[in-house]
Design a protein around this ligand. Structure first.
Ligand SMILES: Cc1cc2nc3c(=O)[nH]c(=O)nc-3n(C[C@H](O)[C@H](O)[C@H](O)COP(=O)(O)OP(=O)(O)OC[C@H]3O[C@@H](n4cnc5c(N)ncnc54)[C@H](O)[C@@H]3O)c2cc1C
Length: 385
C-alpha cells in the first residue's frame, strides 16, 4: 500500500490499464489466480469498443493464427456462469445461435470450400460447408440466389455491455480494485516496480498490463515497443422491430456484412464498416453513405426487409493492426509488461480467453495457447519467431 494522501490504496501486484473486455477479463483471470489487481479506466468500463460492438461471438472465418484462441474462447463463452461465478448469475445474454457465412456465387462457394479443407488439414472441423438447401433450412427467408455457405453451429452472440460488466463484477468480488475516470498518463519502470501516473496519484505494481484498446500504442511506445497500430472507427445500425425471421448470425463471403435479429425483433447491421476515428476526442464519425450500402446488402439478401426503418446508428473506436491480428505478448523491451491490444474488429469473442492468456503470461511467463503470431515485435525489421 502506498497512500498518496487521498486514501487510495495505490500499490498492488498487477496494474491493468483499460476497462474494456480485455482489461476486465485480465483482471478476473489474474484475480482468480490470487493476484492483487488494480484496474485503471480513463472514462468508464465498456465505454469504448467493448461496450458498443455487435456482440458477435464468432469463431467462423478467423485468421488461421486466431483459430485456436477463438475456439478456446468459445469454450469459455459456453461456460460463462462457471467462469464468472454461478451466483453472480450473468451469462452476458450469450445465445449459441450458430453462425452462417453465405456465398452468393459458385466462385465464392469454391473459396469457402478451399478454406474449410485447409482448416480440416490443420485439425479444425468446426466450419462446415452447407449447400443451398441446407442454407434455406437454417435461414428460410434468405434470398434464393444464395448457393451455399459455411455453418458453425456453436457460434452465437451476446450483449457487450453486460459481458464486460459481468467480468468486472466477478473480478471485483475477488478483490480487484477498479478506478474509473482515472486515465493513465505515463508509465515508468522504477527499480522492480511500474509507476503509473494518473491525475489521482501514482499507482505502483511489479506487473503492468497494457489493454488500453485504441490508446495502447502510446503505452507500448513508452515501454520501447513501437507498433504500427492504428485507431479506426467501426459503425453499426439497428432497425425498428420486425416479426421474427432469422435465428443465426449471418455474414457474407463476398461483401461486408454482419447481421442478426434480437429477441425483441430489432435487426443489427454491421460487418467491419470502417469510418474515421478521432482518438483525442475519443469517438468515431458515422459515415451515412457507407451505412446505406450496407443496408442495400441486407435488402438484397432479405428482400422482405425493404422499407423498414433504421432507428439508430453509432460508431466505436477500435485498434487495428496491419495484419489484422492482435498483439498479445510480453514486452520485448521492458520487464513484467504484458500487451493485449489491436483486436482489429474481432476482439469481443476473444475477450474471455484474452484475459486467461494475460494471466498465464504474468504467472507462468508463457501461454498454453500458441501466441507466437501475436508477438509485439513481429513488425520490427529483424523480427524472428
Ligand atoms: C462497432 C463495433 C463492432 C464490433 N463488432 C464485433 C463483433 O461482433 N465481434 C467481435 O468479436 N468483435 C467486435 N468488435 C471488436 C471488439 O469490440 C474489440 O476488438 C474489443 O472490444 C477490444 O477490446 P479492448 O478491451 O482491447 O479495447 P476497448 O474496449 O477499447 O477498451 C480499452 C479501454 O481502455 C481505456 N483507456 C484508453 N486510454 C486509457 C488510459 N490512458 N488510461 C486508462 N484507460 C484507458 C478506454 O477508455 C477503453 O475503455 C467490434 C468493434 C466495434 C467498434
Amino acid at each position: 500500500m502506498r497512500p498518496d494522501g487521498t486514501g487510495l490504496p495505490l500499490g498492488s501486484d498487477v496494474i491493468v490499464i483499460g476497462g474494456g473486455f480485455h482489461g476486465t477479463s485480465s483482471a478476473l483471470h489474474l484475480s482468480r489466480r490470487g493476484a492483487k489487481v488494480t484496474l485503471l479506466e480513463a472514462e468508464y468500463c465498456a465505454r469504448h469498443a467493448s461496450g458498443v460492438n455487435a456482440g458477435g461471438v464468432r469463431s467462423l472465418g478467423r485468421h488461421y493464427a486466431e483459430v485456436p484462441l477463438a475456439r478456446a474462447s468459445l469454450g469459455l463463452w459456453h461456460s460463462l456462469p462457471e467462469l464468472i461465478g454461478k451466483d453472480l448469475g450473468d451469462d452476458a445474454a450469450f445465445v449459441a445461435s450458430g453462425m452462417l457465412q453465405i456465398a452468393e456465387t459458385p466462385q465464392e462457394l469454391d473459396k469457402l470450400r478451399r478454406r474449410v479443407a485447409e482448416l480440416n488439414a490443420l485439425g479444425f472441423t468446426h466450419e462446415v460447408i452447407v449447400d443451398a438447401q441446407q442454407v434455406r433450412e437454417i435461414a428460410p427467408r434468405l434470398a434464393h440466389h444464395v448457393v451455399g455457405g459455411i455453418w458453425v453451429k456453436d457460434d452465437g452472440h451476446a450483449v457487450p455491455y453486460r459481458a464486460v460488466t459481468a467480468f468486472r463484477h466477478a473480478a471485483q468480488r475477488l478483490g480487484a480494485q477498479f478506478h474509473e475516470a482515472t486515465p493513465a498518463e505515463t508509465i515508468e519502470r522504477v527499480g522492480s516496480q511500474w509507476h503509473v501516473t494518473t491525475p489521482r496519484g501514482v499507482f505502483t505494481a511489479p506487473w503492468l498490463v497494457n489493454a488500453a484498446g485504441a490508446w495502447s500504442g502510446d503505452f507500448a511506445a513508452q515501454a520501447g515497443d513501437v507498433v504500427p497500430m492504428k485507431p479506426g472507427g467501426l459503425m453499426l445500425m439497428i432497425t425498428q422491430r420486425v416479426p421474427h425471421f432469422v435465428d443465426p448470425v449471418l455474414s457474407a463471403a463476398g461483401r461486408p456484412l454482419s447481421f442478426k435479429q434480437f429477441a425483441n425483433g430489432t435487426v443489427l447491421i454491421g460487418g467491419g464498416l470502417r469510418c474515421a476515428a478521432d482518438v483525442v476526442r475519443r469517438h468515431g464519425e458515422i459515415d451515412f453513405l457507407k451505412l446505406s450500402s450496407s443496408a442495400q446488402t441486407v435488402t438484397d439478401l432479405f428482400p422482405h426487409l425493404a422499407g423498414i426503418n433504421v432507428v439508430r446508428a453509432w460508431a466505436g473506436v477500435e485498434a487495428f493492426m496491419p495484419d489484422e491480428i492482435p498483439v498479445i505478448s510480453l514486452s520485448r523491451h521492458a520487464p513484467q509488461l504484458v500487451h493485449a491490444f489491436g483486436f482489429s474488429a474481432h476482439g469481443f469473442e476473444l475477450g474471455p480467453i484474452g484475459g486467461q492468456i494475460v494471466s498465464e503470461l504474468v504467472f507462468d511467463g508463457r501461454s498454453t495457447l500458441p501466441i507466437a503470431p501475436f508477438a509485439v515485435d513481429r513488425f520490427a525489421p529483424a523480427a524472428v519467431h
